[in-house]
Design a protein around this ligand. Structure first.
Ligand code: ATP
Length: 356
């Protein structure tokens, strides 16, 4: 199959790690004639601000309508001009515009790399469109406001529809993995909102009798993850809890800086490394591209599943295996204690993938 892939290079180390990712995807394409990519380069971040005054030009958003999926480099939105900082940042805007409701964040330790929990291998399915991040909850206005200068209020939102679709994503993932799902909530305190989330997740579980279900209060879950992180397989959580837990699991499994993710709707997906634009090392050729490359591998796996395309699914697995092999035997980038440049590491992954 042929896929149209949007490519946003982004800010800071973005252009370097996105270039590395494209090299790996091109190598994946070369090893399998069934797989074809058409690249659609799109402006975002400072590149776009300089050209159009907007960090995410409307023309780029329109172009995504015709793409199967896209790769989003990191953005350095805290450095944008004040008027742009007031707006939702480019990744938030893309999640909202394309209803990318499922944020899938794996946390896996690698042999030979130090980790607090060396056996960790789990995936967090984070609901991306509502929950307790009040800024994305309203059709009109924002869900955070101040009746007086000394009182701040925020609105949380849980709906049956959004809970149901993220639960279905999570159970489907669990079914393909070790068949265990943990629902994270705080229904003992927020009885209506998290009560609904828990009830709906449990209800969806009835469609997946082969998956073992547990549920945990968010506070207890942080302790369980630190104490016995290797026991967990798939975790489903509301937006804010999922965001916080995935930083914890990213760090427990080795390095938050290497953690990949995708954000998916029913029809499209966006690959996005969980680290930021790392302006302190931008342009030096030393960034670790693993988070971005593995996010692209997840994108291939997602295309494989959604478009029922074995070639894309196999390519995703092959990229994943090639990265794991290079991480284990080296070369490694400086953040992992090695001396390799972004280019040297990427060349090693490409060679591994090409079987050289
Ligand atoms: P954001 O708020 O956008 O997440 P941040 O400033 O909190 O950004 P990062 O940009 O991720 O965080 O940078 C945090 C630290 O991690 C920096 O020292 C940066 O150099 C390092 N870092 C982040 N990503 C990478 C990477 N891919 N390779 C090497 N070092 C990285």
């Amino acid at each position: 199959m042929k896929y149209r892939l949007g490519v946003f290079r982004g800010d800071g180390i973005g252009p370097e790690i996105v270039a590395a990712t494209l090299q790996v995807l091109k190598a994946a394409q070369e090893r399998d004639a069934r797989l074809r990519f058409e690249w659609v380069p799109l402006p975002m971040g400072w590149e776009a601000i300089r050209a159009t005054g907007s960090a995410l030009p409307e023309s780029a958003v329109e172009a995504l309508g015709k793409c199967d999926a896209w790769i989003l480099g990191p953005h350095d939105s805290v450095s944008y001009p004040p008027a742009l900082r007031e707006k939702l940042n480019p990744s938030g805007e893309l999640r909202r515009r394309f209803d990318l409701y499922a944020n899938i964040r794996p946390a896996r330790a690698y042999p030979g790399l130090p980790a607090v929990c060396p056996q960790m291998d789990l995936v967090i399915a984070r609901e991306n469109t509502e929950g307790f991040y009040a800024d994305r909850n309203m059709a009109w206005g924002i869900g955070e406001f101040m009746p007086t200068p000394d009182v701040a209020l925020a609105v949380g939102k849980i709906t049956r529809q959004a809970s149901e679709r993220i639960a279905r994503t999570a159970f489907s993932l669990a079914r393909q993995r070790r068949r265990k799902l943990a629902i994270v909530h705080k229904a003992n305190v927020l009885r209506k909102t998290f009560g609904l989330f828990l009830e709906v997740c449990r209800g969806v579980g009835a469609e997946f009798p082969e998956v073992e279900v547990e549920d945990y209060h968010i506070d207890a879950m942080t302790a369980h993850l630190v104490r016995r992180g290797a026991d967990f397989d798939v975790i489903v959580a509301e937006n804010m809890f999922g965001d916080i837990l995935s930083d914890l699991t990213g760090e427990l499994s080795g390095s938050l800086g290497m953690a990949p993710s995708i954000n998916a709707s029913a029809t499209q997906a966006m690959a996005q490394a969980s680290h930021g634009s790392a302006p302190d090392i931008a342009g030096k050729g030393i960034a670790n591209p693993v988070g971005m490359i593995l996010s692209a591998a997840m994108l291939l796996a997602w295309l494989g599943g959604e478009r029922k395309d074995p070639a894309a699914g196999e390519a995703g697995q092959a990229v994943d295996r090639a990265v794991s092999a290079v991480l284990e035997k080296g070369p490694r980038t400086r953040d992992l204690g090695g001396a390799a440049s972004t280019e040297e590491f990427t060349t090693a992954v490409v060679q591994q993938l090409s079987g050289n």
